[in-house]
Ligand binder design. Structure first.
Ligand code: C2E
Ligand code: CA
Ligand code: CA
Ligand code: CA
Length: 279
């Protein structure tokens, strides 16, 4: 069985199964991953629902592990949050995404917005806002082309502190999106309190539309509400043509999902930008 050591470091034991062994080694490899730039960024397009023109990209972290291959953020973000590496990793992703977006602009593509996922732990770090400002300054990216996605469940704790941080970030001129919208408990009150620029309806609601009546009603209601409050709506996890056209008819502003493209490396994303549209 595994033991928890003094510093919360798990001690390897030969009786561990492969899953536990992988987890054990990942934890120990994270420091090296950060130092040796094994964390890479892939991009998934966001398209206008009416034209399928690419108007944004979500930056998603991947870990290029020398032994295990590509590791999903589902496997390492939580670990990074627990071990404190999330700050360095998050900063690397933010810097890389802003640099890349500026590069695309310099290459002459019509400007798009890059969206970066931010862990609430990062957001609450006293230097975070300064760091964002520094990244914008050092990359020369205009703040209107950066958006931060913060998951809704994150708001439950430290509410007033979170809101204060959001206000500071907004005053830099960047966009704020509430991610995984609908999965938390206080969805409605946050729309009012935060006035985010964007809400991203969680994939779990998009999956079964238009066949699942309840999901369809929820999605319709969220889109209508957001419209009235002047908040932009993005649907994530769009996988079929049927979902895409249904969401377009509901006047959902932007669509994102495998139907258009999986998350891809920057050089492949550039080929999409050359075409301009996803179809
Ligand atoms: P998320 O922010 O909700 O990101 C959307 C996830 O759905 C991504 O998974 C994306 O690859 C996946 N996805 C996109 N379209 C479809 C689709 O049509 N069907 C299905 N089944 N899935 C789709 P990914 O890249 O594995 O990321 C998982 C989560 O990890 C993200 O969820 C986000 O919460 C977190 N994450 C990723 N990168 C970062 C990062 O740099 N920092 C932080 N703090 N979290 C990150
Ligand atoms: Ca996201
Ligand atoms: Ca989601
Ligand atoms: Ca999420």
């Amino acid at each position: 069985a595994k033991e928890i050591g003094k510093n919360n470091i798990e001690i390897f034991s030969p009786t561990m199964n492969v899953g536990a062994y992988k987890k054990f080694t990942l934890q120990n490899d994270l420091r090296k991953a950060v130092q040796e730039n094994e964390i890479v960024v892939v991009y998934q397009p966001k398209v206008s629902s009416e034209t399928y023109t690419i108007i944004g990209a979500e930056a998603l972290a991947r870990w290029k592990h020398p032994q295990w291959g590509m590791i999903s953020p589902m496997e390492f973000i939580l670990l990074a949050e627990k071990t404190g590496f999330i700050h360095t990793i998050g900063n690397q992703v933010l810097l890389e995404a802003c640099k890349q977006n500026k590069k695309w602009q310099e290459e002459g593509f019509p400007p798009i917005k890059v969206s970066v996922n931010i862990s609430p732990i990062q957001l609450l770090h006293p230097d975070f806002v300064n760091h964002v400002e520094n990244v914008l300054f050092s990359t020369g990216l205009s703040p209107q082309w950066l958006e931060l996605e913060i998951t809704e469940t994150a708001w439950l704790k430290n509410e007033s502190e979170m809101i204060a941080k959001i206000e500071q970030l907004r005053s830099l001129g960047i966009g704020i999106a509430i991610d995984d919208y609908g999965t938390g408990y206080s969805s409605l009150s946050y729309l009012k309190k935060l006035r985010p620029d964007t809400v991203k309806i969680d994939r779990s609601f998009i999956q079964e539309i238009p066949n699942d009546l309840e999901n369809t009603e929820i999605v319709t209601a969220v889109i209508n509400l957001a419209k009235k409050l002047n908040v932009k709506v993005v649907a994530e996890g769009v996988e079929t043509k049927e979902q895409a056209s249904y969401l377009c008819n509901l006047h959902c502003n932007e669509l994102q999902g495998y139907y258009f493209s999986k998350p891809i490396p920057a050089d492949e994303f550039k080929l999409l930008l050359k075409k301009g549209i996803c179809s």
